[in-house]
Ligand binder design. Structure first.
Ligand code: ATP
Length: 236
């Protein structure tokens, strides 16, 4: 007896078409990238560290704007890189030189931005070295509360399966640490940025759980269950 072919999965229903729905789709795109792209998780954790430095040391307006702009630009590039990867995978299921070039070029764009940000970050620290040198108390505080806060974010974005209470503890613990740091912040803009990053990490943890529940699959970096991601190793 032949087993009838299973129909393709339904396209998820659109959640409206208004302004709020558009915002919801964009938010879902951001969270999806955090959940399924390892590099995005690295950028998110690095952005936490930038936020902690920015909220611990008094920087000039131009330096603050530059750092925040760099962080946003890297997120933008990684999201676009992810979109391009999906587009290529949609069009090409086998090894293709042009597909490789497209993906490599998109990844190179992110790499250039990330390297540039590290250089800019180092230059800002060197330029403000006198402030850094005389801010021992602030540095000790940022390290004492900031490292556990970054660990909380890391726990929330990690793809490994874990009990619900671990995620809850990481999110609430991160919130408490953030609150303590905010009372002595040198820049509310950077504190707000770290709060936003914690919220994104919490949303990613929630989405990952929901996806794992609905697909019955263990969490991982493959975006569509049953879809084998094209990698050089599995291409023929
Ligand atoms: N269809 C393809 N044809 C040829 N090479 C490919 C193809 N798909 C992927 N590659 C190669 O494998 C690399 C990794 O592609 P993949 O789709 O796994 O992205 P990724 O692991 O998410 O990469 P990134 O680290 O850039 O986010 C690409 O940069 C490219 O060199």
């Amino acid at each position: 007896m032949t087993v009838p072919a299973r129909p393709p999965p339904h396209f998820p229903p659109r959640r409206g078409s208004g302004l709020f729905a558009s915002f919801g789709h964009a938010w879902a795109g951001l969270i999806h990238t955090v959940v399924h792209q390892r590099n995005m998780r690295v950028h998110l954790t690095s952005a936490m560290l930038v936020g902690l430095v920015g909220s611990g040391i008094a920087l000039g307006l131009a330096e603050k704007v530059t750092l925040i702009f760099c962080v946003l630009l890297i997120f933008f590039a990684e999201i676009l890189n992810s979109a391009l990867e999906h587009l290529v995978d949609l069009a090409v299921q086998q090894f293709d030189e042009k597909a490789r070039l497209t993906k490599d070029a998109a990844a190179a764009g992110v790499l250039v931005l990330a390297l540039g940000t590290v250089v800019i970050f180092a230059a800002i620290l060197v330029h403000n070295w006198e402030t850094v040198r005389t801010s021992t108390d602030a540095i000790i505080r940022q390290v004492a509360f900031g490292i556990p806060l970054t660990a909380c974010v890391l726990v929330l974005v990690l793809p490994q399966r874990r009990p619900l209470w671990v995620d809850l503890l990481a999110f609430l613990g991160g919130g408490v640490l953030l609150g303590i740091l905010a009372t002595r912040s040198a820049s509310m803009v950077f504190s707000a940025m770290t709060a936003g990053l914690l919220f994104v990490a919490g949303s990613a943890a929630y989405t990952r759980r929901r996806e794992a529940r609905s697909t019955g699959q263990p969490p991982g970096d493959s975006p569509i269950s049953g879809h084998k991601k094209t990698t050089p190793a599995n291409m023929t």
